[in-house]
Ligand binder design. Structure first.
Ligand SMILES: [Zn+2]
Length: 55
């Protein structure tokens, strides 16, 4: 099982969300709570879901 560390809170997760947190900013992976918190802010863009689990 692979994990990634959230770019905002640093917690590892098996399901991460690829997001851009402002125009011209780099794409980062964040956990679900951080994704939901950032979603309301201007400039947020969603670029896909990453899953570490293989089935
Ligand atoms: Zn997070």
């Amino acid at each position: 099982m692979k994990t990634k560390d959230c770019a905002l809170c640093g917690k590892p997760g098996e399901v991460m969300f690829r997001v851009q947190l402002g125009k011209g900013k780099p794409w980062v992976f964040v956990c679900k709570p951080c994704c939901e918190a950032e979603r309301e802010k201007p400039g947020y863009r969603y670029g896909g879901t990453w899953k570490g689990a293989r089935h």
